[in-house]
Design a protein around this ligand. Sequence first.
Ligand SMILES: Cc1cc2nc3c(=O)[nH]c(=O)nc-3n(C[C@H](O)[C@H](O)[C@H](O)COP(=O)(O)O)c2cc1C
Length: 211
Amino acid sequence: MTNAPEIVLGVTGSIGAYKAGDLVRHLRDAGYGVTCVLTHRATKFMTPVSLQALSDRKVYTDLFDLEGPHILHTTLADHARVVLVAPATANIIAKFANGLADDLLSCILLATRAKILFAPAMNVHMWQHPTVQRNVTTLKRLGVRFVGPDVGKLACGYEAIGHLSEPEEIVRAVKQLVPVVGAPTGPAAAATPKAKSRPARRAAKRPTRKR
Ligand SMILES: Cc1cc2nc3c(=O)[nH]c(=O)nc-3n(C[C@H](O)[C@H](O)[C@H](O)COP(=O)(O)O)c2cc1C
């Protein structure tokens, strides 16, 4: 795992949080190390235990965690090559656009010098609200990247913009910011079957003698 670029994945309180597990799996398969940070509201939608198992790392939810590093938010902020927030609620977008720092994730966002990528997910009318659009514009001007939201079936029943981008699309956006150099070496990579070389394929076809 030594060459794996480190991602801090912030998960916020959207119905789309159920996709966070899949996203962790895709990121690890692509060769990234992933540390998950959940907001308090995100824990209503996705259990930290699931993300802990999938990331093979401790999951953080509390700014005042006593078991983590000495100063958790600055340690995670410094450790990240990319801070990815997926799904990103209207709330975290508003907080970051206005410099609020009232929980672990919002403190990391202010403390980091890493690249920042938001994957928003919300109701179409929330997304189109002028205050949300103003906050998105503010963040884009500050250099924050966005992937999505996409048009899709929303939990509220609309078929409209506001759908969290698919994990593959989010990973593509991460790769554009920080590509993985060399092949993944972690256990997630080991689980991916590799294409056999030609001699290996020939050997596999040879019948084995019964004893
Ligand atoms: C069932 C349900 C689904 C929600 N889905 C979203 C969502 O997709 N996007 C969003 O911006 N807010 C959504 N919310 C509202 C957020 O949970 C709320 O704004 C919360 O304060 C976000 O906190 P956080 O940004 O700290 O995680 C939802 C709330 C509920 C009860």
